[in-house]
Design a protein around this ligand. Sequence first.
Ligand SMILES: C[S@@+](CC[C@H](N)C(=O)[O-])C[C@H]1O[C@@H](n2cnc3c(N)ncnc32)[C@H](O)[C@@H]1O
Length: 544
Amino acid sequence: MIMTKKSEDLLVDINTIHPNKKKLEMYQTPENYNSIKINIEREGIIEALLVNRKTNEIISGNLRYQIAKDLKIKEVKVIFTDIEQEEMDIKSISTNQQRIKSYTDILNEINFYEEHYKIKKGQRTDLNLELKKIKEERDEFLKAVPRDTRDKIKIIDKMASDLFGKDSKKYKSIFSSLDNQKTTLNGQYQTLLDITKRKHNESIVPKTYDIKSNWTTIYNKSSEEMSEIESGTINCVITSPPYFQMKDYGTGKEQIGMENTVDKYLDNLMVIFKECYRVLRDDGSCFVNINDCVIGGKYQAVPHKFLLKMLNLGFIFNDELLWIKRNPTYTRGKRSVRSHEPIFHFVKSEDFYYNDEWLLNLEDPKSSVSYGADKTDPKVISGLDFREGVLKTNVSSTAELRKESKDKRGFHMTHGATFPLTVPTICALLTTKEEDTILDCFSGTAVVGEFARKNYRYFIGYEFKPEFVLASEVRLIKIAPPGAGSFGQNARQEFLEDNVYPQWEEEKKANKIEYNPPKEIFTPEQKANWEKRKHRFIPPDKNS
Ligand SMILES: C[S@@+](CC[C@H](N)C(=O)[O-])C[C@H]1O[C@@H](n2cnc3c(N)ncnc32)[C@H](O)[C@@H]1O
């Protein structure tokens, strides 16, 4: 029987009783140890210890026993009771619900209950009083620890053991940093999930993966050197560098954004924007979406410092647009929630290409994007408020791309920091024509490439994470090349289903993606048309 037969308190010599082994294995010294100790020192042990009569083992009160020993107390109040060992383990856990538990304690309890309860599974608890009691105690524990917490602890335990082994130092350090509140449950879960996904990706994603087709080229390399591009040939750069200390893309120490200081970060960015300056035509434009962050209670003035450095490179500061967001992340401190990100527009000369005539055909009754209600001479307004749905997308959800990458290609797309298609759309419509070339030197999953492909522009991207180039392919392959029209779109879908997706399926099963990027797909008429429009860089002096 689990129920204990109560008897009188007795004062016994502390050396005649001993702690419960199970409990010693399961629980760590709790956080509130010292405050309990101070109380006991002042008031003595008020509640008697529950002790197994047969074995003299403590069922409830192990902590009080430990403190009494610490304080050199010689005699303690005890209630003796008769129970079996296994019941005793359960009893000893269930009488322990008051103590402040570490995550390790909770994990041990979960394991204990799962193991114990499994043995008895299938038995009718309503017919078996003993079992009913165990179930109640388990349920009490389950109630005390929220389901989400239990699930997270279990999954952290599983991921950490799979990755590093249960006996490893690393496994222990994960739980000790949780117990010492150096990391949060969610933070640790996210970190381990990322490592698990990266590890899986390592086995399936090729080390390098370029996309080379007529309209779309993505180099899987760093853009600090863009030797593939002739000087003065790009019409427009639209880009969004990794933000300062905001996201670890898991690409090692040399990745931009993880530098210790803003100055170092900006120096690294300037190497790339110097290259952008070189490849940009004299009548070209360069749009950069860069954001600020609060560190140590203050804004780092990243966009402002960036702007000054760009001026030093020789760029002219032409315009500043603000991307206004519907769902900003919370900003701590005595300041507003930052719901905008600046997009700087730089040029090389005052004689740059600019066209806002397309605004005449834009349906924008609430003037979310344009100024000039009569539409005789509309202009874009700087606060780009897409919330009314003008130009459609207002959120950059990568959920669909993530799902497709997993379902179709079998890899995890981690941490895509994409902007909504509307952002490059406005920049590019203002400053490029059909058949112009747009560059994104931090191409990510190629949102800029998507605009280009849908709007008769050539696209060149640089992205050093192969997984993002693969995700770009998943995104872009579905869009028929420029000029294909709606027929092209249907033909493309058929082609993908007959040829490309089955091959992807095989690679997914084999857990190895081959470097075999599909070529453009043409009907004979399209092919003739394409040949004519084959991409070539047009130097400024031969401008058509
Ligand atoms: C903010 S994200 C850009 C996202 C992109 N605008 C999109 O919509 O998908 C920045 C990207 O730059 C990449 N990156 C960082 N340093 C790079 C470098 N030196 N060369 C090329 N790509 C780099 C990162 O891997 C990341 O994908």
